[in-house]
Design a protein around this ligand. Structure first.
Ligand SMILES: O=C(O)CCC(=O)C(=O)O
Ligand SMILES: [Fe+2]
Length: 300
């Protein structure tokens, strides 16, 4: 599921004049989507790369992709607007970029804060398997992470697990418990484009026959009060997710896109000694969410 960019495409993307994007509410404006697509499709071998990307995300056995944009990042600079516009253009080939957080820009920084709750996005600890915005009625169809810098000390591997495969390995009794509306997690306020707060919710949200959402975050095991039987079933699921996990280190310029209908994600702990690193040298990811247009097939 790692997708390299053909060198002739890379070469032509470097000079591509993508304008600054516009937003329509919290969504990338249609006019920007069209403009980016027009410019990008004129580049050699772009279309075939976009097809490979969509296939990796929604094809049989797929559910995530890592676009390797490291050489482009090196030439343009990972923090450069031109680079971020290109990545936004690739994202828009998968689905519509948007920001659920009213006060945040389209791309949200995930840096490293040594004094933050370690299991959180910018903490230094293990960030256990989860779906982003698990307690919204309409979680983003895709969550995406662009690596600006990896942990120079060597920690912070990304982890992914096929949610339906993990569910399929559970007992019938556990699946029955997971399908009950008995789970809850976290807060919800002022979010755009993700529906309403959903609490309590079933983990298997129409997902018992290999479809629908596996609405799960392993963080609920510690942070939410759950009944014993429901908690045990959720813990079994967490264990199966770990059993089936794959892990890899994102490199600068790598762009991970996760189909939340199929895969759950997380991150291993950063290496010890983060406090010895200047903030500007620490791991930095940028996060963006995507909404699939209705009926495009990515909802299964
Ligand atoms: O730090 C990472 O690699 C993942 C962060 C994450 O999953 C999140 O912020 O939702
Ligand atoms: Fe996440």
């Amino acid at each position: 599921m790692f997708i390299d960019i053909p060198s002739e495409l890379e070469a032509s993307l470097i000079g591509l004049p993508l304008p600054a994007w516009k937003l329509d509410g919290s969504f990338l404006a249609e006019s920007t989507m069209e403009r980016y697509r027009t410019e990008l499709t004129a580049a050699p071998r772009f279309e075939e790369t976009a097809v490979r990307l969509r296939h990796a995300l929604t094809g049989e056995g797929g559910g995530y992709a890592v676009l390797r944009l490291g050489s482009l990042a090196k030439v343009l600079g990972t923090g450069d607007d031109r680079f971020l516009r290109l990545v936004t253009g690739f994202a828009a080939e998968a689905a519509v970029p948007f920001s659920p957080f009213p006060l945040w820009p389209l791309w949200k920084d995930i840096g490293v804060k040594v004094d933050k709750d370690p299991g959180r996005a910018s903490g230094i600890g293990y960030n256990a398997f989860h779906m982003d915005l698990v307690n919204a009625t309409l979680p983003p169809d895709y969550t995406t992470l662009l690596c600006v810098r990896h942990d120079p000390l060597g920690g912070g591997l990304s982890i992914l697990s096929d949610a339906h495969a993990a569910v399929a390995r559970l007992s019938e009794d556990s699946r029955t418990l997971l399908a009950e509306t008995a789970y809850h997690y976290g807060n919800f306020f002022d979010l755009f484009g993700v529906g309403e707060e959903y609490t309590p919710f079933p983990i298997l949200d129409g997902a018992d026959r290999g479809e629908g959402l596996v609405r799960f975050t392993a963080k609920m095991l510690e942070r939410s009060q759950l009944g014993q039987a429901h908690a045990d079933a959720a813990r079994e699921l967490a264990e199966e997710l770990v059993r089936g996990q794959l892990s890899f280190m994102l490199q600068p310029g790598d762009y991970l896109i996760v189909n939340q209908h199929r895969f759950l994600h997380g991150r291993k702990a950063l290496h010890t000694g983060q406090e010895t690193l200047p903030v500007a040298d620490r791991r930095l990811l940028l996060q963006l969410f995507l909404r699939a247009p209705a009926g495009d097939g990515s909802a299964t």
